[in-house]
Design a protein around this ligand. Structure first.
Ligand code: AMP
Ligand code: MN
Ligand code: MN
Ligand code: MN
Length: 284
């Protein structure tokens, strides 16, 4: 399959920390010319059957998706899964387990914010969470914008929700091996999400890519809303170096917050193997 395809294989709905329903996302993707779509909610596949039906109603091809939070070398890394069986019991159970710590973490985040004078953040964030199990920093960020504490969610992350800031609570997510195995044993392909976003040394990044390969990972996001054009070039080379297929996705969350809309990124470089070439028989 060609790399010249308007595939958008990374976005979020109200089932995690996006603001649109799977149906509204499907319609927006189609309007923007997306030909192959995947909804990749964080640590959650509860929206997959809805997304699949919505894609079909829009006449768009679909791959199942999720974005799993893991801890690697002390940092949070995201692993996208594509084309898996959404009813696979081990995958469903693994994701349920990894969602488990979010409620407690949210309470602790709220305590940290209260200590600097921001009251009621837990209840405030909860109003924005469409799925209580998936309460995330994004929902806190929306509440802090609502209160006028910050002008936008980016500022909230910078001042309150990143390492060393009052609302930041370190959390241990799944392991790299677990996430890759949950995806691959369900017939999916595992993909390293937005590698330029992590703050790894060259050695740590090398370790991430080589261990990912050892566990059976097969793809890396090259063209994503989180990368600059220079980073497309850098990670195209990394894809070749590690013999990984390349993925493309906007990481769209909300019309009000996301700078990259569904389906609007440049095509993948023609020299790379697109991840959808590995998933031809999984496309719905
Ligand atoms: P969590 O899984 O609760 O740690 O929240 C992570 C989510 O926060 C990511 O998936 C992004 O949607 C969002 N996020 C992370 N960093 C930023 C940032 N600097 N500005 C806006 N949103 C961010
Ligand atoms: Mn998110
Ligand atoms: Mn991510
Ligand atoms: Mn994402």
């Amino acid at each position: 399959m060609t790399s010249i395809l308007n595939a958008d294989l990374h976005c979020h709905s109200v089932i995690s920390d996006g603001t649109l329903t799977p149906e509204a996302l499907a319609e927006r993707a189609r309007t923007n010319g997306v030909e192959l779509w995947a909804l990749t909610d964080h640590d959650e596949i509860g929206g997959q059957h809805r997304a699949m039906a919505a894609a079909k109603a829009q006449g768009m091809k679909y791959l199942t998706g999720t974005e799993i939070s893991i801890t690697f070398a002390g940092q949070t890394v995201h692993i996208v899964g594509l084309g898996f069986d959404p009813d696979n019991a081990q995958l469903v159970q693994g994701l349920a387990q990894t969602r488990g710590g979010r409620g407690q973490r949210a309470q602790e985040m709220s305590d940290g914010l209260a200590a600097v004078g921001i009251k009621g953040a837990y209840e405030g964030a909860l109003k924005y969470a469409g799925n209580l199990e998936l309460i995330s920093r994004t929902h806190f960020a929306r509440f802090l914008v609502e209160t006028g504490a910050c002008k936008d969610t980016n500022e909230v992350f910078r001042k309150y929700l990143t390492e060393g800031k009052p609302g930041y609570v370190p959390h241990r997510w799944a392991s790299l091996g677990d996430a890759v195995r949950w995806i691959t044993q369900a017939q999916g392909v595992a993909v390293i999400a937005h590698p330029a976003r992590y703050k790894f040394s060259a050695n740590e990044e090398y370790a991430l890519f080589s261990e990912f390969k050892t566990h059976g990972g097969q793809g890396v996001e090259v063209v994503t809303g989180s990368h600059t054009p220079a980073e497309y070039v850098k990670y195209a080379a990394t894809a070749v170096e590690f013999d990984l297929a390349a993925s493309r996705g906007s990481d769209f969350h909300s019309p009000d917050e996301s700078h990259t809309d569904l389906g609007t990124l440049p095509y993948l470089p023609g020299t790379l193997t697109p991840v959808w070439a590995l998933l031809a028989d999984r496309i719905q």
